[in-house]
Design a protein around this ligand. Structure first.
Ligand SMILES: Cc1cc2nc3c(=O)[nH]c(=O)nc-3n(C[C@H](O)[C@H](O)[C@H](O)COP(=O)(O)OP(=O)(O)OC[C@H]3O[C@@H](n4cnc5c(N)ncnc54)[C@H](O)[C@@H]3O)c2cc1C
Length: 529
């Protein structure tokens, strides 16, 4: 069964999403391939609500990005239509960074700001998906999921205050119904108590017979029954359960962080846990690196320590990872509400901003201090004349088939290095050389709504991992309840989203399918998700 399902085959986003689309269409059409535009074929189903047309990098976003990379706009930049606008700040990219730039600017300086993003909605990696399944609205994050509880009055906490983040932790669903309670995690990155490893046919089980081996509570039972060698078992246990002391970096740029940055994460894991390269590649690649779209064989070892080093004060060992119902898209929504109060109806609270729809018409209105322009790919950021004396910067963007330009007294490029290196015209040679070392790596995340998760309950698991093939983990989570749990819609949505099961599919360079988590919480080992 494993082989028949093609679990070991590499798969692209197009194949994956298109397969689902065609499977549906195939019910209606016999012999005749459905006519699907390249955009629809690539995008797949986007769900409902504010994000229905923004499920990841859609065809339009990708096409504009590729045209930018290939220099297709070069000849046309000079002919861009001048909108006549002059801003004190233009932020390129409407993810958490670009929105934060605008928030800091408005708080500490003030003026006219424009945030430009190439997607149909703001948020960048911090977006949600919504689905209507059997009349229930399910919500899940697209990429960025969890946050760490910030220390009171620390830097992050002060930022939360600035954006109206009115709590540091959420309440989560409680168990209801007659069946004995199964403890569930409240984020996809925790290892719940009912946890299993699945070892498929590649570990010597009956080929094609569906005869994989489940090892429940793998750490507690010391991988008993796992179809792997004693050496591999011992190594995996060392990684999974030994608290190997390691004097990590204290500050970014200190001797340890520089040393870590000079080796791969794979070499570091091998040395730290005394394990083989094969063990890293067979069992740890997705979890230790895949969220970056790459494996530890090419990632810097510093990746594993960067976040804790930069924000040492964040993370509460008791409260653990916290999560908006829709992941960190909740932050993006609060930030936009802070910048543009009419963007959502109601007060600037987590509840209102999470539940109320985006008022897209309010985002880019003339006269307001901050405007947010969507579906616009910035193709050039260049000083008007000599960078040393230029009075302003010209920002040119593509929207539809046309190019436009605006002027700005300052620009923050917060779109990511993959476009920054193409669009910033006056980049110093040192920066150009540094950017040349960055690569864009695809990472496909797929939310799969599951109608009935009782088969998992019957198996006694609410989370599991497998090694190789499509995706690498599954987790059933309790959803955060907002304060107004009695409000219409909230209860129903919260009660059923527990069925949402998340699978990651990432296609790493080199043809391996890998996936995994991105960050680890201080106080926790980051590798048990
Ligand atoms: C799979 C995954 C899981 C993650 N999980 C977590 C997590 O659980 N917790 C956590 O804290 N962090 C997580 N992260 C990291 C977190 O998502 C990022 O650090 C954060 O969202 C980055 O925000 P950003 O604004 O810097 O970049 P982005 O979110 O990438 O936003 C940049 C925006 O700019 C746009 N853009 C780029 N170029 C241009 C251009 N030329 N013109 C116009 N727009 C442009 C991009 O399309 C994008 O919309 C995760 C990341 C990934 C990929």
């Amino acid at each position: 069964m494993h082989a028949r399902l093609g679990m070991d085959e590499p798969i692209s986003r197009r194949d994956f999403l298109n397969g689902a689309l065609l499977a549906g269409a195939g019910l209606l059409l016999y012999r005749q391939a459905p006519t699907i535009s390249p955009a629809d074929a690539f995008n797949g189903y986007g769900g409902i609500g504010d994000y229905s047309r923004s499920n990841g990098n859609t065809w339009d976003v990708l096409s504009a990005g590729h045209a930018l990379r290939d220099g297709a706009f070069e000849q046309r930049v000079a002919d861009a239509a001048d909108t006549g606008e002059m801003y004190d700040l233009v932020a390129v990219g409407g993810g958490i960074s670009g929105l934060a730039a605008a928030i800091f600017f408005q708080k500490y300086k003030g003026g006219r700001a424009l945030v430009i993003d190439n997607h149909p909605i703001f948020g960048g990696e911090a977006k949600r998906n919504e689905f209507l399944v059997d009349g229930q609205r399910l919500t899940a994050h697209q990429a960025s999921a969890i946050f760490l509880v910030p220390q009171k009055r620390g830097y992050t906490d002060r930022f939360y205050e600035m954006i109206g983040m009115d709590r540091s932790a959420f309440n989560y669903q409680t168990w209801r119904g007659p069946s004995p309670e199964m403890p569930l995690a409240h984020s996809p990155y925790e290892t719940p108590r009912n946890y299993g490893f699945y070892f498929g046919p590649q570990f010597g089980q009956r080929p094609g017979g569906g005869g994989g081996v489940w090892v429940m509570d793998p750490w507690g039972r010391k991988l008993e029954g796992a179809p792997i060698s004693d050496v591999a078992r011992a190594e995996l246990l060392r990684w999974g359960t030994d608290r190997v002391a390691f004097p990590g970096p204290q500050t970014e740029g200190d001797a340890i962080s520089r040393q870590l940055d000079s080796i791969t994460l794979e070499d570091h894991l091998m040395a730290r846990y005394n394990i083989s390269r094969e063990t890293v590649r067979t069992f740890l690649s997705p979890v230790e690196g895949g969220g970056y779209g790459l494996g530890p064989d090419v990632l810097s070892a510093y990746c594993n320590y960067a976040i804790e080093t930069q924000f040492p004060e964040d993370g509460d060992a008791e409260l653990g990872d916290q999560m908006f119902p829709d992941g960190n898209g909740g932050f993006a929504r609060l930030m936009v509400k802070t910048l543009i109060p009419d963007a959502f109806a109601g007060p600037r609270t987590v509840n209102a901003v999470w539940q109320n729809r985006v008022n897209f018409r309010a985002l880019d209105r003339a006269g307001q201090s901050t405007r947010l322009r969507l579906n616009a790919t910035v193709v050039r950021v260049a000083h008007a004349g000599d960078p040393a004396s230029a009075s302003h910067v010209v920002v040119t963007y593509a929207k539809g088939n046309r190019l436009y330009r605006v002027k700005a007294r300052s620009v923050v490029v917060a779109g990511g290095s993959w476009t920054a290196k193409h669009i910033v015209h006056d980049l110093p040679a040192s920066h150009r050389a540094a950017y040349a070392q960055f690569y864009r790596s695809p990472c496909l995340m797929a939310n799969i709504a599951v109608r009935n998760w009782r088969f998992l309950y019957k198996m006694g698991l609410s989370g599991c991992r497998w090694f190789g093939g499509l995706g690498d983990y599954l987790s059933v989570r309790k959803m955060a309840l907002d304060r107004g749990a009695g409000e219409p819609g909230t209860r129903a949505a919260a009660r059923h989203v527990v069925r949402a099961v998340r699978a990651r599919v990432s296609r790493a360079a080199g043809g391996h399918v890998r996936a995994g988590r991105v960050r680890s919480a201080p106080g926790h080992r980051g590798n048990h998700s």
